[in-house]
Design a protein around this ligand. Structure first.
Ligand code: CP
Ligand code: NVA
Length: 307
């Protein structure tokens, strides 16, 4: 059973295949207005313990375009690990559905679902990782530049779930990943050690200096300074991240061909300025749309075995 719970568990060939099928289905949809019914009769269960716009809509629309159906299950109803054990939910959903997408806090819950599920389990974000986002981001970068290998992503901000997945995805695709964070918000040494042990040839740099980070960047990436579940730390975080905003001043230190990505939701005036998100270098909304296209590729391969 192939799951998609982290980038690291997938080989380059698997990730490349998800992207290739995504590109094929995106091209088909834009040329004809529809996709082949690859998921006819297939049901995706979606469990959400946190809010979502993009992840919920992209999975629902992807399944619908491929002629399957998605079921939305809120944590208040399912009580994953609360109303009943995660391993019981895994086996019940496996008996009725063809795939499980889950957004939760603990990566361990996703791992446990995958352990007990007999259908593919997809991670729709945990505190640790956001692999679907990272792959949609690579799709966006490849569409824009025509290639991935050798490109540099400068991530400015929190060494969080999005940064971890993106760093690992960069390693898989021979891209350089530079992350500039305030001292206590850097990718933890155990993260960089783990990534480097999995991808020993990876070009990974951790710095406190956003200007140094963007110097040779093809892509400048940022994400919220206050992730879901960290609301109680908001005041301290907003103060600790001062100086790490992606704004026009920072872009003036980057190559003029650099593009700006943000996984969204964005908090204008904090991690990114309004001028940058609305500016000529921003690919933020094509990036959001690519969540849909990547989910199609992923679901077609995992649920329907598309070659
Ligand atoms: N980027 C992202 O995952 O957005 P949502 O939280 O709205 O799903
Ligand atoms: N780091 C953010 C990403 C949101 C898509 C969070 O976890 O809230």
């Amino acid at each position: 059973m192939t799951h998609f719970t982290t980038i690291a568990e997938s080989s380059y060939e698997q990730l490349r295949h998800y992207l290739d099928v995504a590109i094929r289905l995106k091209t088909q949809y834009s040329a004809t207005g529809h996709n082949d019914p690859l998921l006819a009769g297939h049901i995706l269960a979606m469990v959400f313990e946190k809010p979502s716009l993009r992840t919920r809509v992209s999975f629902t629309v992807a399944v619908t375009h491929l002629a399957g159906a998605a079921i939305m299950l809120r944590q208040e109803e399912v009580g994953l690990g609360v109303r009943e054990p995660v391993k019981d939910v895994a086996r019940v959903l496996s008996g009725m559905c063809d795939g499980i997408m889950v957004r939760t806090f603990e990566q361990e819950k996703v791992a446990e679902l995958a352990k007990y599920s007999t259908v593919p389990v997809i991670n729709g974000l945990t505190d640790f990782s956001h692999p679907c986002q990272a792959m949609a981001d690579l799709l966006t970068i490849e569409e824009h530049f025509g290639s991935l290998a050798g490109r540099t992503i400068a991530f400015i901000g929190d060494g969080n779930n999005v940064a971890r997945s993106l760093a690992t995805a960069c390693g898989r695709f021979n891209m350089r990943f530079v992350i500039a964070s305030p001292p206590t918000y850097q990718l933890a040494p155990e993260d960089t050690d783990r990534i480097m042990s999995q991808l020993p040839d990876m070009d990974l740099e951790v710095t406190n200096d956003p200007i140094e980070a963007v110097h040779e960047a093809d892509v400048i990436y940022t994400d919220t300074w206050v992730s879901m579940g960290q609301e109680a730390e908001k005041a301290r975080r907003l103060s600790d991240f001062a100086g790490y905003q992606v704004n026009e001043e920072l872009l003036s230190h980057a190559p003029s061909h650099a593009v700006v990505l943000h996984c969204l939701p964005a908090y204008r005036g904090f991690e990114i300025s309004d001028a940058v998100i609305e500016g000529r270098q921003s690919l933020v909304f094509p990036q959001a749309e690519n969540r849909l296209h990547f989910q199609k590729g992923l679901l077609a391969v995992l649920l329907a075995g598309v070659k």
